[in-house]
Design a protein around this ligand. Structure first.
Ligand code: K1U
Ligand code: ZN
Length: 169
């Protein structure tokens, strides 16, 4: 397995709209394994392929406290959503910044697994927040797009400076 390089805001590659996964082969399974390793090491509760410069509709996540419930969602779709929840979100592509974001409180999701098998399930709380956050990445959207342009500009300037000073790892 291998750790993958995570892109940081404002890298324009993070704005790429991901394409559906069509081949469920060994290469895909290797990417999924590497993304889990990268997410656990970071540490994070989720990671989208877009963040590691692979522009396909794939995300991994583990929102369990024990960090023992890995989930891989391929070509995910939100079939239904209702309610509203607000919580602080972070992002491995925007390190060190947390902002309050409003999301649907309850979602019904359809997604494929690494073998291409489709399943449907419901999510709420942190799991629903994480799925919506990671699916935004596949659309080239970041949580900083939900805050004011003034705040986003400040975060951008700080991260550009940190990158220049080699402080982003
Ligand atoms: O960059 C990412 O997409 C991962 C991101 C996911 C996320 C966090 C919070 C709300 C919605 C989505 C993170 O994992 S940031 C790190 C983080 O929140 C965390 C890390 C370790 C333990 C607990 C939380
Ligand atoms: Zn993120």
């Amino acid at each position: 397995m291998a750790l993958l390089n995570i892109l940081h805001f404002p890298d324009p590659k993070l704005r790429t709209v991901a394409k559906p996964v069509t081949e469920f082969d060994c290469e895909l399974k290797q990417l999924v394994a590497n993304m889990f390793e990268t997410m656990y090491e970071a540490p994070g509760i989720g990671l989208a392929a877009t963040q590691v410069d692979r522009h396909i509709r794939l995300l991994v996540m583990d929102v369990s406290e024990e960090r023992n419930t890995p989930q891989c969602l391929i070509n995910p779709e939100i079939l239904e959503s209702d309610g509203e929840q607000e919580s602080d979100e972070g992002c491995l592509s925007v390190p060190g910044f947390y902002e309050n974001v409003k999301r649907a409180g309850h979602i019904r999701v359809k997604a494929q697994d690494e073998s291409g098998k489709s399943r449907e399930f419901e999510a709420d709380g942190l799991e629903a927040v994480c799925i919506q956050h990671e699916m935004d990445h596949s659309q080239g959207k970041l949580f900083v797009d939900y805050i004011s342009s003034l705040k986003r500009g400040r975060i951008r300037a700080k991260l550009v400076k940190m990158k220049r000073n080699n402080e982003l790892g």
